[in-house]
Design a protein around this ligand. Structure first.
Ligand SMILES: [Zn+2]
Ligand SMILES: [Zn+2]
Length: 394
């Protein structure tokens, strides 16, 4: 399609996002001040769905794909289907320390911008409300229920310290481990006890020792969630939760085996019984950023004045968008919020509702919508996106 036509469409997208700027900032603040944990994001959905319905999406269906706080809105009937994902869950105790209030508003803002830019015959635009990124993996469940079966490309944008078009994201396995020992008075008859806390401590130390000898694109970390009930009772139950992360799927499986060995060491040393639940049905896959799609996002972002970092070995986390990226061509760029601070800190919680952060969110919404315009109106780009996806899958 002619460049002028595409540029005009992008301009319409930007105008729509800017027209909704006040509403988007209000919704961001509203979600931020009511942080809701994974699968409980009812207040967030009650803000986002009506906004979409007021801006071009006839009906936003709530409670889709078996998840009460997931939603889906559809617009248009063109030959290509573009999905935008909106996350909105918070963290325990520190609220929106990952800035998902900004993901949600960048997502619905982008969807509204894209709808304003296109004709219904150009594309189908799908907005997906995706709960539980921080815990549980809402997108993993949504994939299982077919949410991405009819999608050609999927996009979202995540706040961070800096803008990176194709940030690495590690695969992650979550494991809950419980040891069962034997309770007894810790002073009267300690020789009769089997100390489950000792088992956890031994396992924790073994994981800490293993950590020194793993690849640098892998991570091991955990917490003790149960350490007994009283100092004068030998703990008969103790528990911990660990995350095992790696960039390479095969290395992730290898590391899981070695961590399992650490758990068994705790059981052997203490005579306790081990129960390890690896939650394999909700493992997060590493992110496979679609290169042509990420490049399109980057050039749209740069046209708006954003500057992107090229660091490839950046320390990073994980996302259930990784799983989406394994089934459809996807991007998960990050956008800076104006401060060099890290996600999952109280400082980040405070930073994601500033005017600077909201301006970044609006630009992310514009860049996502502009990238959607490229996908819808440039068949050659879509062809390259699909070729890149097929090549990476080999
Ligand atoms: Zn997070
Ligand atoms: Zn996050």
């Amino acid at each position: 399609m002619a460049v002028a036509t595409i540029d005009a469409a992008k301009q319409r997208a930007r105008v729509a996002v800017r027209t909704a700027a006040g509403e988007l900032a209000r919704i961001s603040r509203e979600i931020h001040v009511h942080p809701e944990l994974a699968y409980h994001e009812r207040h967030a959905v009650a803000q986002l769905a009506p906004f979409l319905e007021g801006h071009g999406f006839a009906l936003v269906e709530r409670g889709v794909y078996g998840l009460e706080t997931a939603f889906r809105g559809d617009w248009g009937h063109g030959p290509v289907t573009i999905a935008i994902c909106a996350e909105y869950d918070a963290l325990p105790k520190i609220g929106h320390a990952c800035g998902h209030n900004l993901i949600a508003t960048a997502g619905v803002g982008a969807a509204v911008g894209l709808v304003a830019a296109l004709e219904p015959a150009d594309a189908r635009v799908v907005i997906l409300g995706t709960p539980a990124e921080e815990l549980g993996g809402g997108k993993v469940a949504m994939i299982r229920h077919g949410a991405f079966d009819d999608i050609d490309v999927a996009m979202m944008a995540h706040p961070m310290a800096v803008d990176i078009a194709d940030p690495p994201m590690l695969g992650v396995a979550h494991v809950d481990v419980v040891y069962h020992g034997r309770a007894v008075h810790a002073s009267v008859a300690p020789e009769q006890g089997r100390n489950a806390l000792d088992a956890v401590v031994t396992a924790y130390q073994a994981v800490a020792q293993l950590r020194q000898h793993i690849r640098r694109d892998a991570r091991l970390h955990g917490i003790i969630t149960d350490g007994g009930v009283a100092a004068n009772i030998v703990p008969e139950r103790a528990a911990a939760t660990f995350y095992v992360r790696a960039q390479q799927p095969r290395y992730l499986q290898e590391l899981k085996q070695r961590v399992q060995g650490c758990f068994e060491a705790g059981a052997l040393a203490t005579g306790c019984e081990l129960e390890a639940d690896w939650h394999e049905d909700s493992e997060y896959a590493p992110l496979r950023s679609n290169r042509p799609l990420a490049e399109a996002y980057r050039s749209n972002g740069e046209a708006l004045g954003r500057r992107f970092l090229d660091v490839k070995n950046v320390s990073t986390g994980s996302s259930d968008m990784g799983n989406v990226s394994q089934v459809v061509p996807s991007i998960h760029p990050t956008f800076g919020i104006g401060q060099m601070i890290f996600n999952h800190t109280p400082e980040f919680t405070a930073a994601v509702v500033t005017d600077v952060a909201h301006e970044s969110m609006l630009q992310a919404a514009e860049a996502l919508a502009m990238t959607g315009v490229d996908v819808a109106l440039e068949p050659e780009l879509l062809r390259r996106i699909k070729a890149d996806f097929a090549a990476a899958g080999r």
